[in-house]
Design a binder for this molecule. Structure first.
Ligand code: APR
Length: 243
């Protein structure tokens, strides 16, 4: 691990357009469950029922119960971890070009990161499915305690601005992420299983444009073979040592 960290330090010292690409493993140390791997959310909940747009349209109460029991309480009390602050430090040193995240917890922004591309939306923003009025996560939770599913003052059902399975990703975020992957000199994957597309196409775009690809992830990923450095370690440990 040590020689990999020193190789990583060397690459970071010679890069000045680093893109960090984070997944659920990055927030795991903030107490937020990952989706895959031991004890993960999708090993307990069927994502085709609890996080799929087609099911949500038919029966939104499944998603909202999942939000009430599993997401809101955990995200509400989650704090950024050392990994989040290490990325903010890299930005302060002028090393970080963009942060692309698949996470919906908003912790990069809470930690002070200024430029975050959220590919899968943000669960702190709840919107009306009809009049597009916005509610905070707390306001939606307040409404949820009174009625299931929670409704807007206009009467329509509320939905978090997170991207459910079967939904298109926000096009602007997707285009900005692809451009960042194309222009970076180092693409730094941290805490992602790299199995969900189109997000997982970003490391390939970066590699195709001669960026150095680094993967830090506890479990192996399908893109380990094409990476220049692979470290199967915890995100906060590696990032704290790096910074
Ligand atoms: N440090 C580094 N990696 C970790 C840590 C940690 N502390 N804890 C877990 N991991 C790794 C796991 O080994 C796993 O491979 O993080 C990865 C998390 O993978 P997923 O749970 O699949 O999360 P992610 O890649 O972000 O999923 C992508 O899938 O369900 C959808 O929309 C959801 O954005 C999510 C997308």
């Amino acid at each position: 691990m040590d020689e990999k960290i020193s190789k990583l330090k060397k690459i970071v010292s010679t890069s000045d357009k680093i893109v960090a690409f984070t997944g659920a493993g990055f927030s795991a140390e903030s107490g937020i469950s990952t989706f895959r791997g031991a004890g993960s959310l999708w090993s307990k909940y069927d994502s085709s029922i609890y996080a799929d747009i087609n099911y949500f349209i038919q029966e939104p109460s499944y998603y909202w119960n999942f939000f009430k029991d599993e997401r809101y309480p955990v995200i509400k009390k989650a704090k950024p971890n050392d990994g989040h602050y290490a990325l903010v430090e890299l930005e302060k040193r002028g090393k970080l070009y963009r942060v692309i995240t698949q996470n919906i917890d908003g912790l990069h922004q809470v930690a002070g990161q200024s430029d975050v591309i959220e590919l899968h939306g943000n669960t702190r923003k709840i919107l009306c499915t009809s009049c597009d009025k916005f509610y905070s996560m707390d306001e939606a939770y307040g409404r949820l305690k009174k009625e299931l599913p929670p409704r807007c003052s206009c009467g329509a059902i509320l939905k978090p601005s997170t991207v459910l399975f079967g939904e298109p990703l926000p096009q602007v975020a997707l285009d900005m992420a692809a451009l960042a992957a194309k222009n970076c000199d180092m693409f730094f994957v941290i805490g992602s299983s790299l199995v969900v597309y189109p997000a997982a196409s970003m490391p390939r775009i970066a590699k195709k444009n001669e960026a150095v690809l680094v993967i830090v992830n506890i479990d192996p990923t399908p893109m380990d073979d094409m990476a220049d450095i692979v470290i199967h370690e915890s995100a906060s440990k590696v990032l704290s040592e790096l910074v």
